[in-house]
Design a protein around this ligand. Structure first.
Ligand SMILES: Nc1ncnc2c1ncn2[C@@H]1O[C@H](COP(=O)(O)OP(=O)(O)OP(=O)(O)O)[C@@H](O)[C@H]1O
Ligand SMILES: [Mg+2]
Length: 463
């Protein structure tokens, strides 16, 4: 059984042994200021990189491990606040300190609300700057260590339960791990049974909110008024039957994670209320005037095409953008190659144990049938098929006769490429080329025609 080692891909910035040696990125459009700050920090034992604008800073964040960004607030094109937001997605474990000019305290406060650790006012003193930098790095260090220990615990307890080592799954896990430490809202999309709930709990466990609750609400299971009562809670007398005040799931998830499952099913009225809570971070219980502050990380999931619902006027566009800050698209099982075998073995062990059986594996023909089938119900369907096989099977190995009839009938594979947010254009291009080559059985001329490019472009890319 192969479990995904959550520490391998995209490992978050490792904690420097002590503040000195930490990598600091200084971003300012005034070269003099960059140089001065760089000198000061360099003299004090930090490894300094400088960037003259936001785009350049993002490039650096993508490429190398940065523990702290010191960024000017007002820069042409991409300001410090926008850089902060993008950095949280690209490199969520990096700390951020804003440099503000005279009289822009309000924006600096906004930056801190968005997750910056602190701000320094221009013109700044050497001692204040060093003090703020050291404290920010100390916090970064503690958080990283905390996360590392929790992940270790996770492994020891064997709860790292995301099985898969195909390329699309590695990428999904990498996005999830990168996104986990921040409080950014995540929208998990993917067909039914692809593991959206599995990923939601993993993200919660990998986040700094792991000690608090992850509270789940299925938006499809409840009619509108009940859903609102569940989400926001109610005061005594809010409606018939409300005999006492009750906290909603939002409040129960305070400082933790709220998992909004099947969010596409939410009624327009509830969408408006949800949007308000997301924008303001406060809510009012049904029938109540009191304003309650909530600090909740939202993970939403859907197997419906939300942009299509938006286009049809059934889902609010503003809410969609609020939820879709980070998109985690889970690949369908038919795009995960050999993961089918890994998962089948994993479920075989699980259902052997549950049923007191000792099946040793699958026959080659059974494995081939599992690999050829299209799995429209994805991992859940595979799990059900293996459970059924374990119960039915009378030989030591699972053979064709124990597999469900539809699996035996086989299905054509659908071809698609999954490109998660955070992929560079270059990588996305490579994936598309690779997938097209797979579908042409390696025929480069044919692949080039399908892609509308010259065959030599493919040869060059493959080198
Ligand atoms: N990568 C995985 N490794 C191990 N088990 C998995 C994996 N992905 C999914 N599963 C299992 O498959 C089943 C379905 O997963 P889950 O409920 O998370 O899917 P979902 O995407 O939320 O489905 P739906 O859209 O129907 O709600 C669960 O039993 C889950 O434990
Ligand atoms: Mg689900």
């Amino acid at each position: 059984m192969t479990q995904f080692d959550p520490t391998t891909p995209a490992a978050p910035a490792a904690a420097p042994e002590e503040a000195s040696g930490a990598a600091i990125l200084v971003v300012d459009d005034e070269p003099d200021l960059c140089r001065a700050l760089g000198k000061l920090l360099g003299r004090n034992g930090f490894a300094v990189v400088t960037a003259g604008n936001g785009e350049e800073a993002l490039q650096i964040l993508r490429r190398q491990e940065i523990h702290l960004v010191l960024s000017d607030l007002q820069m042409p094109r991409m300001g410090g606040l926008d850089l902060l937001k993008a950095a949280q997605i690209i490199s969520p474990t990096t700390e951020f300190v804003i440099i503000t000019g005279h009289g822009s305290i309000e924006t600096a406060v906004d930056a801190m609300k968005s997750g910056a650790y602190d701000f320094i006012e221009k013109p700044f003193s050497t001692s204040t700057t060093l003090k703020v930098v050291r404290k920010a790095l100390e916090k970064q260090n503690l958080l990283t260590e905390n996360r590392r220990l929790r992940r270790k615990l996770d492994e020891l307890q064997g709860t790292a339960d995301i099985i898969g080592r195909s390329e699309p799954m590695r990428r999904a896990v990498a996005v999830a791990q990168q996104a986990a430490p921040s409080s950014a809202t995540i929208l998990i999309t993917g067909e039914s049974g692809t593991g959206k709930e599995v990923f939601a709990s993993a993200i919660h466990r990998w986040s700094d909110r792991a000690r608090r609750n992850m509270v789940t609400v299925s938006c499809a299971a409840l009619p509108e008024t009940l859903l609102e009562a569940e989400l926001f809670g109610y005061e005594k007398g809010a409606f018939t039957g409300a005999v006492a005040r009750r906290k909603g799931r939002f409040e129960l998830a305070d400082r933790g994670t709220l998992f909004l499952d099947e969010v596409g099913e939410m009624s327009p009225a509830t969408q408006v209320k949800l949007l308000r809570v997301l924008q303001e971070g406060t809510l009012e219980r049904l029938g109540g005037g009191e304003t309650v502050n909530v600090d909740v990380r939202i993970i939403a999931a859907t197997n419906t095409d939300l942009p299509a619902l938006v286009a049809a006027g059934r889902f609010r566009e503003d809410l969609y953008y609020r939820l879709n800050v980070i998109n985690l698209e889970l690949p369908p099982l038919r795009r995960r190659g050999d993961d089918v075998t890994l998962l089948a073995d994993f479920f075989l062990a699980r259902y052997n144990a549950k049923n007191g059986k000792h099946l040793t594996g699958f026959t080659p023909t059974a494995l081939e049938a599992l690999g050829r089938y299209g799995w429209p119900g994805n991992v859940r369907e595979l799990e059900n098929a293996v459970e059924r096989a374990v119960v039915l099977c009378r030989q030591p190995q699972v053979d064709l006769d124990a597999l469900p009839p539809n699996v035996l009938a086989g299905r054509a594979r659908l071809e698609q490429v999954v490109i998660p947010v955070g992929t560079t254009l270059r990588d996305a291009e490579m994936d598309l080329i690779q997938a097209t080559l797979d579908s042409t059985g390696g025929d480069k001329e044919m692949a080039a025609r399908i892609l509308g490019i010259a065959a030599r472009t493919i040869y060059r890319r493959l080198q």
